[in-house]
Write a protein that binds this ligand. Structure first.
Ligand code: PMP
Ligand code: GLN
Length: 380
C-alpha cells in the first residue's frame, strides 16, 4: 500500500489515553471533562429521542439549531449570520476543518499554519493535495510573529489557519493581532479558517476576539466551533461552521458526501439548551477560571512551573527542573512511572524548538481528579 499519509501515526491523544489506562494513571492528557453535561441537555436529548427525532436531520442542520446559533452569535459578537445560507451544523469541529480545507485547497496550494497547531490540520491539507507551511509562534508566549507570517505568504497561499484560544497553550489573539491579520489579508484572495472551539473559555476579563466581530475578516472566513467544549460533551461530536454563503455552499458540498448530516437528537437538544440557558456559556469562563486558579495554586507545591493560561482548558508546565528528557519521553515517564498522563508539545510542531521542556495538562476535571494528580506530582 502506498500510504497517502506517511507522516501520520495514531494521534498522541489516543496513545496517551491508552497508556494512562494501561498504567492506572490519572489522565490529564487528552482534553475532555470528567464531569457530566448539564442536566437539561440530557433531558432534552432523551426527550428528542423519545419523540422520534431519530432520522436524518436536514443536511445543513435543523432550522431551530441554526436559528439558535445565529441569535447566540449576535448576542456574543454583534453579528447575525444568516441561518440558512451561512451556518452549517457538522459532526464536530474536526469535520468542519476537514470540510473547509477539502472545499478550498487545490493540489499545490499552500496553507499557512501556526506551530504548535492542532494535529488534524496538516493531514486535512495533505489529503487535499496542499502543502502546510509551518510558521512558529513565540516559543514562550505563543504569540504570532506577523513578520514571519507575512514572509510565508506566496502567490500559492490559499488559506491561513488560526486558533484562539489556542490549543495547547491557551494564548489568545489580541486586538493588535486582529489588526495585523486584517492588514495581511487585505487585497489578497487568501481564505481564513478560524478555529474558535474554546471561544467561551476565556479568563481574567479578556475578550475573545472572534473573527465574526470583524466584517473585513469574516467575509473570507470559515469560523469553526464545537459544542463538545462548550457543553462538556466531547463524545457527542457536534460542531458548526459559520461562513459567507459562497464559502458555506462549497463546505456543504463536502459535508453532504462526508457525513451528510449530524446526530439529529443532539441538534434538538442543543437548540433548546442555547435558547433556554444562555447563562451556561456566559458563565463557562468563570467556571473554568476557578479550576485554573485552584490547579495553578496546587502546581506551585510541585517542581513543575506553570505558564500563563489566558483561555482554554490546558495548563502548560515547564518541567526542566525535574527532568532533561525530551517532551515525548518525559510524558511517557510521567504516565508510566509517576501515574499522571500528560501530552507532549512536539506532535503539534513540524520542528519543535530545541530544548523545549513543556508538557500539557488538562484541568477540565473534578477537584478529586486534580487533587489525585497533584499528590503524585508533588513526589517528582
Ligand atoms: N480544534 C481544536 C483546537 C481542538 O482542541 C479540538 C478538540 N480537541 C478540535 C478542533 C476538534 O473538536 P471536535 O471534538 O468538536 O471535533
Ligand atoms: N482536542 C483534544 C485535545 O487536544 C483531543 C481530541 C482527540 O482526542 N481527538 O486533547
Amino acid at each position: 500500500l502506498e500510504t497517502k499519509l506517511p507522516k501520520v501515526g495514531t494521534t498522541i491523544f489516543t496513545v496517551m489515553s491508552q497508556l494512562a489506562i494501561e498504567h492506572g494513571a490519572v489522565n490529564l492528557g487528552q482534553g475532555f471533562p470528567d464531569f457530566n453535561v448539564p442536566e437539561r441537555l440530557i433531558e432534552a436529548l432523551d426527550r428528542a429521542m423519545r419523540e422520534g427525532k431519530n432520522q436524518y436531520a436536514p443536511m445543513t442542520g435543523i432550522p431551530a439549531l441554526r436559528q439558535a446559533i445565529s441569535a447566540k452569535t449576535q448576542r456574543c459578537y454583534g453579528y447575525r449570520p444568516d441561518p440558512d445560507a451561512e451556518i452549517t451544523v457538522v459532526s464536530g469541529a474536526s469535520e468542519a476543518i476537514f470540510d473547509a480545507v477539502a472545499a478550498v485547497v487545490h493540489p499545490g496550494d499552500e496553507v499557512i499554519v501556526l506551530d504548535p497547531c492542532y494535529d488534524c490540520y496538516e493531514p486535512a491539507i495533505d489529503l487535499a493535495g496542499g502543502r502546510a507551511v509551518h510558521v512558529p509562534l513565540d516559543p514562550r508566549t505563543f504569540a504570532p510573529d506577523w513578520n514571519l507570517i507575512r514572509a510565508a505568504v506566496t502567490p500559492k497561499t490559499r488559506l491561513l489557519m488560526i486558533n484562539s484560544p489556542h490549543n495547547p497553550s491557551g494564548a489568545m489573539f489580541t486586538v493588535d493581532d486582529i489588526a495585523e491579520l486584517t492588514a495581511l489579508l487585505r487585497d489578497t484572495g487568501i481564505y481564513l479558517l478560524s478555529d474558535e472551539v474554546y471561544e467561551h473559555i476565556v479568563f481574567d476579563g479578556r475578550v475573545h476576539e472572534s473573527v465574526l466581530r470583524y466584517p473585513e475578516l469574516r467575509r473570507r472566513a470559515f469560523v469553526v466551533s464545537s459544542f463538545g467544549k462548550t457543553y462538556h460533551c466531547t463524545g457527542w461530536k457536534v460542531g458548526y461552521c459559520i461562513a459567507p454563503a459562497e464559502l458555506s455552499t462549497e463546505l456543504r458540498k463536502v459535508h453532504q458526501y462526508n457525513t451528510f448530516c449530524t446526530f439529529a437528537p443532539a441538534q434538538w437538544a442543543f437548540a433548546e439548551m442555547i435558547d433556554a440557558e444562555p447563562g451556561h456559556y456566559e458563565q463557562l469562563g468563570a467556571f473554568y477560571e476557578a479550576k485554573r486558579d485552584r490547579f495553578r495554586e496546587q502546581l506551585l507545591t510541585t517542581r513543575l512551573k506553570p505558564l500563563p493560561v489566558p483561555g482554554g482548558y490546558f495548563q502548560l508546565v515547564d518541567y526542566s527542573s525535574v527532568s532533561d528528557l525530551d517532551d515525548a519521553a518525559f510524558c511517557r515517564w510521567l504516565t508510566v512511572e509517576k501515574g499522571v498522563a500528560a501530552i507532549p508539545l512536539s506532535p503539534f510542531y513540524e520542528s519543535p524548538p530545541t530544548g523545549q521542556r513543556l508538557a500539557r495538562l488538562c484541568f477540565a476535571k473534578n477537584e478529586a481528579t486534580l487533587d489525585a494528580a497533584i499528590e503524585r506530582l508533588q513526589k517528582l
